[in-house]
Design a binder for this molecule. Structure first.
Ligand code: AP5
Ligand code: MG
Ligand code: ZN
Length: 215
């Protein structure tokens, strides 16, 4: 099973990917996470991406397509892939088709998380994650069950993303509208797009996604 989770910043792509990894043993391929790891490690890709990400603009198609290509090449053929935050442009959509074909994989579903734009800024500015294991939380919608302690690993260290401020979020939304939303009609023409109400509670969204994968 190979699926794309598509939606604007804060739609819940990362949150739902984590659930799918847990429930179905799929692998999450998040170009945002890969880029943040590269920035942290100070690799040449990280050095090129850092300021672009802080502005909320898109990193080059070539960089992110190479990241996905390398990650997929190392995966067992039977392991399902969740593409989170990729593709984001028409060129990346074409690159993904070529990469999947080379790996003998087929794109099964494009799941669009539909969200109300006004809610996104609040979602993103309330987001934090575990500094140890990366588990995602939200100040009000999804806090750890014991305040200050990660549910997954017990760590008490948390962090926030440098691009999670209102100004950068607005730029990220603009990039989504201008460059990413236009790739949907191509997938619709193939009959593989399903829309999910991303404003529903996290568990309800997860149930809707499971229904798509099972059906
Ligand atoms: P990326 O990391 O992909 O960020 P994004 O697309 O802006 O999406 P987010 O990660 O902000 O949101 P999400 O949909 O994962 O939501 P989450 O589950 O965390 O990209 C970052 C940057 O990297 C880009 O700006 C760009 O510079 C670069 N980049 C990455 N990929 C690229 C590419 N392919 N090409 C070029 N550049 C690229 O949820 C958000 C919050 O809401 C959380 O706190 C969560 O707990 C909460 N929440 C989630 N679901 C719900 C719900 N149903 N109800 C209530 N709260 C919820
Ligand atoms: Mg994410
Ligand atoms: Zn943790």
């Amino acid at each position: 099973m190979n699926i794309i989770l598509l939606g604007p910043p804060g739609a819940g792509k990362g949150t739902q990917s984590a659930g799918l990894v847990e429930r179905h043993g799929m692998r999450q391929l998040s170009t945002g996470d890969m880029l943040r790891a590269a920035v942290k490690a100070g690799t040449p890709v990280g050095l090129r991406a850092k300021e672009v990400m802080e502005r909320g603009e898109l990193v080059s198609d070539e960089i992110v397509s190479d990241l996905i290509d390398a990650e997929l090449a190392g995966m067992a053929p039977g392991m399902g892939a969740i593409f989170d935050g990729f593709p984001r442009t028409a060129a990346q959509a074409d690159a993904l088709d070529a990469i999947l074909a080379r790996n003998g994989r087929v794109l099964d579903h494009v799941i669009e998380l539909e969200v109300d734009e006004d809610a996104l800024v609040e979602r993103i500015t309330g987001r934090f994650s575990c500094a140890n294991c990366g588990a995602l939380y939200h100040d009000t919608a999804n806090p750890p069950s014991t305040p200050g302690v990660c549910d997954t690993c017990g760590s008490t260290e948390f962090k926030r993303r440098p691009d999670d401020n209102e100004e950068t979020v607005r730029m990220r939304m603009q990039e989504y509208r201008a460059k990413t939303a236009p790739i949907l009609p191509g997938y619709e023409a193939r009959g593989i797009v399903t829309r999910v109400d991303g404003m529903a509670p996290i568990d309800t969204v997860a149930d809707q996604i499971d229904a798509i994968l099972g059906g």
